[in-house]
Write a new protein. Sequence first.
Length: 442
Amino acid sequence: MSTATLPDDLLLRERFSDIKPPLEPQAAVIEANRCLNCFDAPCTGACPTHIDVPGFIKRISTGNVRGSALRILDANILGASCAKACPVEVLCEGACVMHRYNHAPIQIARLQRHAMDSFEATGEELLTAPRGSRNVQVACIGGGPASLACAAELCRHGAWATILERKDLLGGLNTYGVAEYKLRAADSLREAEMIRRMGVEFRTGAAIETAEELEELESEFDFIFVGVGLGAMQRMNIPGEDQKGVLNALEFIASYKTGRLRGLSGTVVVVGAGNTAIDAANAARRLGAETVYLLYRRGECDMSAFDFEYEHAKHEGVQFLWRRQPFAIRANERGRLLLDTVQVSEVDKALLPIPESHYTIECDYVIPAIGQSPFAQLVQQLRRIELRGGTIVTDPETGQTGNSRYFAGGDCANGGREVVDAVADGKRAARAILKIAEAAYA
């Protein structure tokens, strides 16, 4: 998958400079030497893919950067993406023992990025077992982190793996949905290309939407891994939601990451208070919007975004409107949007409008970011797998569903977590498939 399909937009790169820039080689060695190489490594335990953090950092300190990268990739094939997109403040770095001594944690993410950037620059290919040495063929539906990790692990051990992605580009939310200042689309595609070179087949523009298409897939492959993520952003279900200038957060982020949207002006209102809402609000500021409001129906202590994301948004200049709920969107004679809102109070967990608290915000864009809808209904309708609470029911140890030929992982199974969780799910499912195949052909 070539990155040539994405525009090389200097303006975009300048506006979305890295919030965690790479370390210079000497700085990386100095930082690596701060690591205490803990024998119990709470940082490793805090990582869903259990990267050997002391091990890869030790290799950087001794100048073995290639060995460091291979150590990372052995545990997490998307180590480059995770170094940039992971909320390390609440994972590996959050568990660093340096906190106990009132010292800054080891900059694990930036050290991981240093190793992965160096490895990617060499263009080296990862070693895999001969293709077909494991007599099993697996289809991975969806081209996001879970499917990429599953397919890579399968090919690493000699199985055949094919990823079917309905969009034109691989990477899922890494390509289309993670804020540009965290992870560039081109970086995500480079990682997908490395996995393709491992022997994974990519079929883009391949949506599985009918019973016939699914049955054809079942006839071609031994196992099917479902890594379709979550569906479209949930609607606010208020009048005027289809007005021009209203676009959901994922659509907005994908638009600027793929070059379709190059700038904004005026006033933007983001509705929601999760990490995606924060990403959208920060992006709107960086794209040129003079005023960005983040409107949330509950209070500051109720927002689901991480604290460090909230602090970052305040630094970017995002303004927060608490306990205010939208109830209609209109357009005025000048073509601007009028977002009608009302102040609400919480009584027994119910949100009740406060009389005479209506307030209209005149703006240019409204960006809903109130969560995604689970998306695996097709497979459930065909009675292939079971859904519970909108997510696919799987064995937590293997990712296997109630149908022995179907596995699942990532957001469609865990309800929406981090990239690193999806990678762990995909790898876990691949190993379970390999174990079943080995037993069958023993």
